[in-house]
Write a protein that binds this ligand. Structure first.
Ligand SMILES: Cc1cc2nc3c(=O)[nH]c(=O)nc-3n(C[C@H](O)[C@H](O)[C@H](O)COP(=O)(O)OP(=O)(O)OC[C@H]3O[C@@H](n4cnc5c(N)ncnc54)[C@H](O)[C@@H]3O)c2cc1C
Length: 457
């Protein structure tokens, strides 16, 4: 039995069914989960449209006249909804074609073995059933964290879920939180022409990233007119009517600074969807609602697994899916034969800003912190023919390898299509390939990937 139909749940369900299990998937909302409904898909669809607008700024340098496109909010909303529907349909079809039983309902543990499932029919009449299963996967995901000092209203004080697109398009917006989601929202709203202020609690946006990488992004933000409020923490967000009778949102920071804008959006992390799940009734060990797991994604109760954001590991859709796959393999006994353990340190991740940022494996700073000898090679896109042809040579490729063996340990890419290009380094890191394997690959010319071969050399 699988609780939650996001990337973790639906991948586990499909894979377990393929391996011969009888699978029931319980989802209280829609198949595809928050990833399809609120997070990855709608945010990247908005960003793709914003990116197209941002790209028009580069047309002049390509021998074309620049024309600022107008945003058709209705068409944009329809586009987002239709992509969500298509993905929801294709995921549902995949699950049913594998024989997975889908239940539209809400599950909670009564004990480690009994799960109560509540379904509601079209007339709103609830039915409650208690189900048992040989193995249970908890894949219930997370939702945006809302601090006690802020009361989102879905109109001007927004969570990330109110942004696809917002009810009224912001003229100006304050983004609170400068992690991955925060910077993606800065890029998104500034591409659509809003005046953006980013509240950055530290001295660097993306505090956990390589400072060189963060610097390229900060530079782009400043060029676009984004205001960076560094070293400030928001402590209150209120909706007010100013002296001119105009509605605005006031964000107050702990150092006394105040930002006024038409909207504000919170991007300060998430909380687990386990408050009513009965984790304690099932005897599950957890850390503030995040289920504690071993390397097989197994909880302290051997037949109960957890995967995806609820497992407290890397909150990425790609990681959630891979965990789901590994759970299916473990439940069906495949770990005893060919089975590669999930190595979270080798997960590639991307930030969909302009330029894009992507990295995988060992980071330079982490190697220095433990005194590990590494070889770092870096090539700017400004020397790559395709980047010049594209009229966009911002950024670089950095490859980190073992100086003794040449094995690729990690890398980062800042620039156009970084999220696609990082796949080459990710494959090298997972398969323990050497820098020479990249250098000696016969790549396409002209292509941005040539920068990878050059950096590996
Ligand atoms: C704005 C934003 C953008 C993001 N963009 C990306 C990106 O580009 N790439 C990427 O890799 N990651 C991205 N992420 C992260 C990604 O969305 C998550 O890592 C992913 O959704 C986790 O999948 P999951 O299966 O754990 O949970 P979810 O996708 O959250 O699915 C959990 C499901 O469980 C259901 N559920 C919960 N409780 C119950 C219950 N009691 N009974 C039945 N059903 C229940 C929920 O309704 C939900 O459908 C983004 C996150 C955010 C916030």
């Amino acid at each position: 039995m699988i609780i939650g139909g996001g990337p973790a749940g639906n991948t586990a369900a499909t894979h377990a069914a393929r391996l011969g299990a009888e699978v029931t998937l319980i989802e209280r909302d829609v198949i595809g989960g928050a990833a399809h409904l609120w997070d990855c898909i709608p945010s990247k669809t908005m960003i793709a449209t914003g990116g197209a607008i941002a790209f028009t700024r580069r047309l002049e340098g390509m021998g074309l006249e620049q024309q600022a496109p107008e945003v058709d909010v209705e068409a944009l909303t329809e586009r987002i909804e239709s992509i969500k529907m298509r993905l929801q349909r294709s995921t549902t079809n995949l699950l049913t074609s594998q024989g997975v039983t889908l239940v539209h309902g809400t599950a909670r543990f009564l004990s480690a073995n009994d799960i109560e499932v509540t379904t509601v029919d079209d007339d709103g009449v609830p039915t409650v059933k208690v189900i048992q299963a040989d193995a249970v996967l908890v894949a219930t995901g997370t939702r945006p964290r809302i601090p006690e000092w802020c009361h989102p209203d879905g109109e001007r004080i927004l969570t990330t879920r109110d942004c696809y697109p917002p009810k009224t398009f912001p003229e100006s917006i304050t983004v609170v939180g400068s992690g991955v989601t925060g910077v993606e929202f800065v890029h998104m709203f500034s591409s659509f022409g809003a005046k953006v202020t980013l509240v950055v609690s530290r001295q660097q946006v993306l505090p956990n990233k390589d400072p060189e990488v963060a610097a390229v992004l900060e530079d782009d933000f400043l060029k676009r007119g984004v205001s960076l409020l560094k070293g400030a923490r928001a402590i209150a967000i209120d909706r007010v009517t100013n002296e001119a009778g105009v509605e605005e949102v006031v964000v107050r920071c702990d150092d006394g600074r105040v930002v006024r804008s038409s909207h504000a959006v919170l991007a300060i992390g998430s909380v687990p969807n386990t408050d009513t799940l009965g984790l304690d009734a099932a005897g599950l060990q957890h850390d503030g609602g995040y289920v504690t797991i071993n390397r097989h994604c197994q909880s302290n109760v051997p037949h109960i697994y957890a995967a995806g954001d609820i497992s407290g590991k890397l909150p990425l859709s790609s990681v959630a899916s891979m965990q789901g796959r590994k759970v299916a393999e473990h439940v069906m006994g495949l770990q005893k034969v060919a089975h590669r353990h999930l190595d979270y340190d080798k997960a590639a991740s991307a930030i969909f800003t302009e330029p894009e940022i992507a990295d995988v494996g060992l980071a330079e700073a982490d190697a220095f912190a433990v005194g590990r000898k590494i070889r770092v090679t870096k090539v700017p896109f400004s020397s790559t023919p395709k980047a010049l042809i594209n009229n966009d040579w911002r950024g670089f490729v950095k490859i980190i390898s073992d100086p003794a063996t040449g094995v690729v340990l990690g890398g980062s890419i800042v620039g156009r299509h970084a999220a696609e290009l990082i796949s080459v380094i990710a494959l090298a890191v997972t398969a323990n390939l050497k820098v020479t394997d990249i250098v000696e690959s016969l790549l396409v010319h002209p292509a941005l990937a040539e920068a990878l071969a050059e950096a590996a050399d």
